[in-house]
Ligand binder design. Structure first.
Ligand SMILES: Nc1ncnc2c1ncn2[C@@H]1O[C@H](COP(=O)(O)OP(=O)(O)OP(=O)(O)O)[C@@H](O)[C@H]1O
Ligand SMILES: Nc1ncnc2c1ncn2[C@@H]1O[C@H](COP(=O)(O)OP(=O)(O)OP(=O)(O)O)[C@@H](O)[C@H]1O
Ligand SMILES: [Mg+2]
Ligand SMILES: [Mg+2]
Lengths: 263, 263
């Protein structure tokens, strides 16, 4: 069975795209077949994976709009690209911003991605969806289509403030449209354990969340190699293969693999 | 005359909120009357300025919707709050996400904020508007209402990729609805000059942009005190008054003051 994750946090710049790519690459390194879907009109995932997003003939925009119009002109399988990391990519660019308007007007606009993903069932072991920094219709589509949510959380005060709203939104989607939706885990990112502020926030995050939701054991430390890797379109697993952050993403992938069959 | 700035970048986590608050506080420290407007449903600016955004009776949501309905029930002056830093705040919380739908349905939905700001003309020397991490209707409202745009830019590859789109969006607003709109400047944020990657990106940013747009002389370095200050609702000017980042925001304020009367 295909496990579908979406990577969500409405707070900007917390490591959603970085986590989607590097976790997908780590699962691939462990022999899994992985599809990564870019659902952010900024196209950061597509860019990070080495693509020139502006040169795309077809992208997620065309898949969603053709699903809405039911003309099946551009099914998801027609836009899949094999990338250097071995992860298959469904790319996006700024055109995707135009899909939000169409989703808003469509009947059951929240379920368009879920419908478009149907034919992918069984073709991959994992599907990871990168979301934009808001809780708009694209993110709602991802939450309605996936089985589990991964929440990258930067260890700082402003990012923590948004957690309540995010958890409420996930519960609402679970109640209304996606009954088996669960939070796969919170992943602490960009952590700098040298500063007291970071250590304090990480400690209070783990305590505040520990009753509600799983917090992944590995922490992703701040490491400038993660800023450099997107420039060359490589995952951290090849760009800095023995770094602490490459190993941390491998450890997260191992945690996911260990819970296979349980879900 | 009141100078109205909006602080915009669709890339998340680049320092929009931090810049809005600390630049407003620095202008205030130099004797200017300043209004800061939170136009992000995350309410990060309101939170950073010490407010409990969920306890608001009236906020920017009510101002925008009462302007759309023309019932003048909640004019902007009714929601202004004086904060500890001396900067006046028009706060926001998640309710503001509901205004996006009303703006989408309204006639001339792009000009609602501009109309709501009319009565403020002359009451303040500066108005600074914090925007959400997207180019949706709230940001379009801010770009249509302001005179100048400040673009915080984190010195990294993914953040740089979004600059073309941002400049195109600004040009489109200038052509269609806000003929005198200019880019006040690009402010390089969260810079860590210890790493080669950052130094290279800063250098190439300055070169790439130098013909198109003004890049502020001061650079805002990475400094953990800027993560700590929002926890206590203080600006960096009081929380770490002699720090390099407090001085950098003062230097940006001085640059703005020096160009008074020129615009
Ligand atoms: N652990 C880390 N250490 C250092 N830099 C990081 C780390 N994780 C991500 N980054 C960098 O920080 C920036 C923000 O990360 P990223 O783009 O993945 O966040 P995001 O949540 O997807 O942002 P957005 O909200 O704009 O979609 C990127 O330049 C990325 O390379
Ligand atoms: N120069 C800096 N050094 C260190 N941390 C910083 C700096 N500037 C901002 N920060 C911290 O980085 C985080 C992101 O900054 P901020 O929230 O201002 O960005 P933003 O662009 O407004 O984010 P969003 O896109 O979610 O609105 C915050 O926790 C803030 O405290
Ligand atoms: Mg992203
Ligand atoms: Mg912000």
């Amino acid at each position: 069975r295909t496990r579908i994750f979406c990577v969500v946090n409405q707070k900007g710049g917390v490591g959603k795209t970085t986590t989607t790519f590097n976790l997908a690459a780590a699962l691939r390194e462990m022999g899994r077949d992985v599809l990564a879907i870019d659902l952010d009109p900024q196209g950061s995932l597509s860019t990070s994976m080495g693509l020139d997003a502006d040169s795309l003939q077809h992208s997620m925009f065309h898949v969603l709009t053709s699903t809405i119009r039911e003309d099946d002109a551009v099914p998801l399988r027609d836009i899949l690209l094999m990338t250097e990391s071995g992860v298959v990519l469904a790319a996006a660019n700024i055109e995707l911003a135009g899909a939000e308007l169409e989703l808003a007007r469509a009947t059951m606009g929240e379920l368009v991605l879920r419908e478009a993903l149907q034919p992918m069932s069984g073709l991959f072991d994992y599907i990871l969806i990168d979301c934009p920094p808001n809780l708009g219709l694209l993110t709602i589509n991802a939450l309605s289509a996936c089985h589990e949510v991964i929440i990258p959380l930067q260890a700082d005060y402003l990012a923590m403030k948004g957690m309540d709203l995010l958890m409420q939104t996930i519960s609402m989607i679970k109640r209304k449209v996606n009954y088996n939706l669960i939070v796969g885990g919170v992943l602490i990112t960009m952590a700098d354990l040298r500063t007291l502020h970071n250590r304090e926030v990480i400690e209070s995050t783990k305590q505040a969340l520990s009753n509600q939701v799983h917090v992944f054991e590995p922490i992703i430390h701040f490491n400038v190699r993660l800023k450099e890797a997107p420039v060359v379109g490589e995952s951290i697993l090849t760009y800095a293969k023995t770094s602490n952050v490459a190993d941390a993403y491998r450890a997260v992938a191992r945690e996911l693999i260990q819970s296979e069959g349980l879900r």
